[in-house]
Ligand binder design. Structure first.
Ligand SMILES: *[C@@H]1O[C@H](CO)[C@@H](O)[C@H](O)[C@H]1NC(C)=O
Ligand SMILES: *[C@@H]1O[C@H](CO)[C@@H](O)[C@H](O)[C@H]1NC(C)=O
Ligand SMILES: *[C@@H]1O[C@H](CO)[C@@H](O)[C@H](O)[C@H]1NC(C)=O
Ligand SMILES: *[C@@H]1O[C@H](CO)[C@@H](O)[C@H](O)[C@H]1NC(C)=O
Ligand SMILES: *[C@@H]1O[C@H](CO)[C@@H](O)[C@H](O)[C@H]1NC(C)=O
Ligand SMILES: *[C@@H]1O[C@H](CO)[C@@H](O)[C@H](O)[C@H]1NC(C)=O
Ligand SMILES: *[C@@H]1O[C@H](CO)[C@@H](O)[C@H](O)[C@H]1NC(C)=O
Ligand SMILES: *[C@@H]1O[C@H](CO)[C@@H](O)[C@H](O)[C@H]1NC(C)=O
Ligand SMILES: *[C@@H]1O[C@H](CO)[C@@H](O)[C@H](O)[C@H]1NC(C)=O
Ligand SMILES: *[C@@H]1O[C@H](CO)[C@@H](O)[C@H](O)[C@H]1NC(C)=O
Ligand SMILES: *[C@@H]1O[C@H](CO)[C@@H](O)[C@H](O)[C@H]1NC(C)=O
Length: 363
């Protein structure tokens, strides 16, 4: 038995050793000298090479980087440094991959926070940010846009900053709807050194038009609610959420059209609010809720509730008070002299309250 086991152990050990050996032999060499050179504020070129004196077998390898498979030993890309970036390059040969070589660009120190942009009309982004406690005085915003996956425009500076007492807080940036991405750089000087933050914004995923304005017209026994499509993208990209109330009843509706007909009850007041929602087939985003549009007078019933009932109640209270004052003595027997007892009552809160308080409480 013992010898058989040893024999098996030997076989297994041999097998494992040869596996490791084979693996070390066929694993391709990792790239070396991975370097980064910036082409502009947002785009960079990564380059690398194979180690010197590698076997001829490895001369026709491919390289894996960010889901791409390249024959070239260089790679161009545009990035946002927000949160930092890692690039990992692997050599791939005969179905085998080398150990990855990773280049990390750490997240820069935050000059601003909550940087975001909304696409609010067919040709402009509204960008905003909040200062951090180390935001420099000399903040500037630069941007470049790309209409294709491969190149970006020249960089421009924001032309009209929005400001408050604390400094710059936003910018309106003109871009076309064909724009795929917009890259932003916020930079400034902190403690004598120039720092920058960069961000990437995809306009179609940050749509926020002004809320549509509802027009209400009466047509026979119906109300026709109508509004304009937002001035962004095609009309088929928009859905609308309608909230409306008929008398006291709250109703809602969703539609793709830019009008809606609802039955009209002349005794009711109608209050309508709308929100435009960008279809997920086209991108992402929505408007705020519109202001309330009102049609019709408030109905008789709610007028009763709003005016008559409180008025009646008020009269009743007055009458009751008068009656009460008149017959006060009968309801509450005469109070003892207010000297000591009064003070005692005030001092000890657990004591029953004095009659005048009881009167108020009664109401
Ligand atoms: C990278 O390449 C440069 C020359 O191109 C060379 O001087 C340097 O030693 C290389 N570094 C490594 C780690 O191979
Ligand atoms: C980059 O890699 C480091 C180390 O693996 C990791 O801690 C970090 O979260 C990565 N950063 C990003 C942006 O993926
Ligand atoms: C919609 O945007 C275009 C520019 O893209 C402009 O010419 C047009 O006047 C805008 N229409 C409205 C209603 O704002
Ligand atoms: C842009 O956004 C800011 C802050 O959210 C807002 O105050 C301003 O009215 C917006 N401007 C336009 C043109 O939408
Ligand atoms: C992208 O490159 C093409 C051709 O190289 C050029 O015609 C186009 O203007 C460039 N686009 C931008 C935004 O620079
Ligand atoms: C970008 O800038 C370069 C040089 O500054 C200039 O030659 C080129 O025409 C500019 N391109 C665009 C699209 O403005
Ligand atoms: C900010 O960036 C622009 C464009 O890259 C550059 O010209 C400017 O000198 C920078 N300013 C600071 C304070 O870093
Ligand atoms: C600027 O430098 C001073 C002294 O070196 C340091 O105390 C301070 O924290 C620095 N400020 C920032 C925003 O880094
Ligand atoms: C409602 O009004 C809009 C705009 O005035 C019009 O286009 C639409 O045809 C009207 N709908 C009905 C059912 O009358
Ligand atoms: C619209 O109606 C929904 C559900 O009835 C409600 O949750 C929402 O708050 C309403 N929105 C407005 C602006 O009234
Ligand atoms: C919209 O109204 C229907 C009834 O018509 C109701 O079931 C639904 O919950 C409402 N939706 C919202 C978001 O309030």
């Amino acid at each position: 038995m013992g010898t058989t086991l040893n024999c098996w152990e030997l076989v297994v050990t041999y097998y494992l050793i040869s596996l490791v050996a084979v693996q070390t032999i066929i694993e391709p060499p990792s790239p070396v000298n991975l370097t980064i050179s910036w082409k502009n504020e947002f785009c960079l070129e990564l380059s690398w090479r194979l180690p010197e004196n590698v076997d001829e077998n490895w001369k026709n390898c491919k390289y894996l980087i960010s889901d791409d498979r390249l024959s070239d030993t260089r790679y161009e890309t545009c990035v946002s440094l927000e949160g930092g970036v890692n690039f990992s390059v692997q050599t791939q040969c005969n179905g085998m991959q080398s150990q990855p070589v990773v280049h990390t660009i750490a997240a820069p120190r935050e000059l601003v926070k909550d940087f975001h942009c909304f696409y609010y009309s067919s040709n402009a982004l509204n960008c905003s940010w909040l200062p951090t406690n180390q935001s420099p005085e000399d903040i500037h915003l630069y941007y470049a846009y790309s209409e294709t996956e491969i190149n970006v425009s020249n960089t421009s500076e924001c032309r009209s900053y929005r400001r408050n007492v604390g400094g710059k807080t936003g910018c309106l940036v003109r871009v076309d709807f064909r724009t795929l991405k917009v890259y932003f750089q916020v930079n400034g000087t902190v403690n004598g050194s120039s720092l920058r933050n960069t961000f990437k914004v995809i306009p179609k995923d940050n749509v926020k038009p002004p809320a549509p304005k509802v027009k209400i017209t009466k047509k026979e026994n119906n109300l026709n609610l109508s509004w304009n499509h937002p001035n962004i993208s095609k009309s088929h990209c928009w859905n609308y959420k309608l909230n409306y109330s008929r008398c006291q009843e709250s109703l809602n509706k969703t539609t793709k059209s830019n009008s809606e007909t609802i039955p009209y009850d002349p005794r009711c007041q109608y209050r309508v609010q709308i929100k435009a929602v960008y279809s997920s087939n086209c991108g992402e985003g929505e408007s705020d809720w519109s202001g309330v549009e009102i049609y019709g007078e408030e109905d008789w019933f709610s007028k009763v509730i709003a005016i008559v009932i409180p008025a009646t109640l008020f009269l009743f209270v007055i009458l009751f008070l008068c009656c009460f004052m008149k017959h006060k003595e009968k309801i509450f027997p005469k109070i003892p002299q207010p000297s000591m007892t009064y003070k005692d009552t005030l001092n000890s809160s657990k004591e029953p309250k004095i009659p005048s308080l009881t009167v108020e409480e009664y109401f």
